[in-house]
Design a protein. Structure first.
Length: 131
């Protein structure tokens, strides 16, 4: 199973919404700005607030767009698209609230799906996908 992590901020975002730690050493090649937010503060906002599901879905969408650009730009039909068109296509997507869902029915108006995190199975073909 391949793992794709792009910009450094995606690492922090995935950790924030998944609750997983990403321990690492970082060497900066240019000047950077860093702002440390304690996990207790992030957890209270992202996982425990009244808007937790909406906040998590917004963060997952940002992650999905960034990873989607990296993963799809070399694949047909996206390989001929300018980056701006691909970004607009991905930005027009949505993240379903899957926290309580066991089965998601995909309708004909869905053009593409990017599985960011987790495992799913196509109930028609029985193919299992890993994100």
């Amino acid at each position: 199973q391949d793992s794709y992590v792009v910009a450094g901020n995606v690492i922090g975002e995935i950790g924030a919404v998944s609750g997983r730690r990403y321990d690492m050493s970082v060497v900066c090649e240019t000047s950077v700005q860093l702002y440390f937010i304690p996990w207790s503060v992030l957890k209270s906002i992202i996982h425990e607030s009244e808007s937790a599901i909406e906040i998590q879905n917004s963060i997952w969408k940002c992650i999905g767009v960034r990873l989607g650009v990296v993963l799809t730009h070399s694949k047909a039909p996206f390989s001929d698209w300018p980056k701006e068109k691909l970004m607009a296509h991905l930005e027009s997507g949505w993240v379903p609230p899957l926290q309580q869902i066991k089965c998601l029915n995909i309708t004909d108006d869905v053009a593409d799906i990017i599985l960011i995190e987790g495992v799913c199975k196509d109930s028609t073909s029985n193919v299992i996908y890993y994100g």
